[in-house]
Ligand binder design. Structure first.
Ligand SMILES: [Mg+2]
Length: 434
């Protein structure tokens, strides 16, 4: 019988002896908090508690657009399946939760599993007194290349903002520009009129509405890259996120038109269902493709990996099944030379960013880390640790587990804030992907 004693370090500051075989899950606590008091910033956190005093794990189940659905699903349909089970058996519990509701997969179910999975890895790391990346094989690199966004209302403003980020040390930058004639777009400044309409909808508790036409957009993006290569040069890595807002044929043409500008990658050129068009893009253009943030079911996106139709996988570890799934996806990509670029926007909690970093540090085929590093003070008040930025790279501490604790008292000060995602419609009022 394993009677080895492990001493827990870290913020709980409770020294104790944990016998892994005797551990049991005693409570699953769900917290919804929005410390930034901002749209798309409600975090759904899960705390898995054990029968060992002072031993618990934190996970992030945030699924923007379905936050309260995930919280209720966790409490009613996932938590009972964990009670009394040994938290060390991560793979077994992952499978248990996946099959538990019978009608499985989907963003709500998989986000719930993702957060539980992170919390279980957090517990395992604390028991072992090791950071999670050590349990995944150890560091395969010292730091993680990262990128940030530079956007603007016109090309010159994008250039100015890119130069500011380059001065901070960023070596790769995502560039997005407002399309002429549009009031808004993905990851670009809104017009004053759109901003006022969005605020009014927020105050009424309704989803804002934005109008989008892809034709002008696909004509503008290659001109942006032509401008930026002439002004910023060839050394800076540039990438761009389409956010699935164009037609399949436009996606093929855009990947071709962007070839001369040697992108780091072109992200989300298509909705995930358009497998045939990914084949067309591959046949006709050498622009690197990144894809995966919407994959939530088991093995979704596997065809794209098997046929090597993408160059970077961007699964969101808060939505696709956590650290356990992330590690498996990376392994599936490894023989193809496909690299990881886990989805890491500011609308997933710092716990997810830490989970991303542990996997990224340990897999051989890491590509780049999307990582929020400019959190508001209230987020720092709630979360003890998050990746730190220096000279274009991020890194994490070597604290046991995921290395991040949640101040529950502080989180309670910042409750759920109803700010619904916008609906996107064509000029003729057709509903369109965000
Ligand atoms: Mg994206």
């Amino acid at each position: 019988m394993n009677r080895r004693a492990f001493v827990l370090s870290g913020l709980s500051s409770v020294a104790y002896a944990a016998v892994p075989g005797n551990l049991k899950i005693t409570a699953v606590k769900v917290i919804v908090t929005n410390p930034a008091r901002a749209p798309l910033a409600n975090y759904v956190l899960v705390k898995v508690e054990t029968n060992q005093a002072g031993l618990w794990g934190w996970g992030d189940c945030t699924c923007t657009g379905s936050e309260l659905g995930v919280a209720k699903f966790l409490e009613e349909h996932m938590a009972p399946g964990l009670m009394g089970r040994n938290p060390m058996r991560i793979e077994d519990l992952w499978q248990t939760l996946f099959f538990l509701p019978y009608y499985r997969s989907g963003s709500v179910h998989m986000s719930a599993i993702s957060g539980i999975d992170m919390a279980l890895w957090d517990i395992k790391g604390k028991v072992a007194d090791l950071p999670v990346y050590e349990l995944l094989g150890g560091r395969a690199r010292e730091r993680l290349l990262t990128y940030t966004t530079a956007s603007g209302r016109d090309f010159h403003e994008v250039e100015e903002n890119a130069r500011k980020q380059m001065a901070r040390g960023y070596k790769v930058i995502k560039v997005q520009v407002l399309t002429p004639g549009m009031e808004s777009g993905y990851s670009v400044p809104q017009s004053d009129r759109q901003r006022a309409a969005t605020q009014k909808a927020y105050e009424e508790g309704l989803p804002p509405s934005e109008t989008w036409e892809p034709g002008a957009y696909v004509r503008t993006v290659p001109k942006l890259f032509d401008y930026l290569r002439k002004t910023l040069g060839d050394d800076i890595g540039l990438l761009h996120d389409v956010h699935e807002r164009i037609t399949p044929n436009q996606a093929v043409a855009l990947a071709q038109d962007l070839e001369p500008y040697k992108l780091f990658y072109l992200e989300d050129p298509l909705p995930p269902e358009h497998l045939d068009t990914f084949r067309l893009i591959r046949q006709r253009a050498s622009t690197p493709i990144a894809m995966g943030e919407l994959y939530v079911g088991a093995w979704e996106g596997l065809n794209l990996i098997e046929e090597h139709l993408v160059d970077y996988v961007r699964n969101d570890l808060a939505h696709c099944g956590g650290i356990t799934t992330g590690r498996k996806v990376a392994t599936a990509c490894e023989p193809k030379g496909i690299l990881t670029a886990w989805h890491g926007p500011g609308n997933i909690a710092p716990i997810s960013h830490m989970a991303n970093a542990h996997v990224s540090l340990s897999v051989p085929n890491f590509g780049i880390e999307e990582c929020e590093v400019n959190w508001p003070p209230a987020v720092h008040e709630v979360f003890s640790d998050m990746p730190t930025f220096a000279d274009g790279y991020v890194n994490i501490s070597d604290k046991p587990g995921l290395g991040v604790e949640v101040n529950e008292t502080a989180a309670a000060k910042y409750p759920y804030l109803r700010r619904l995602r916008p609906t996107i419609r064509r000029a003729d009022d057709t509903a369109w992907p965000y």
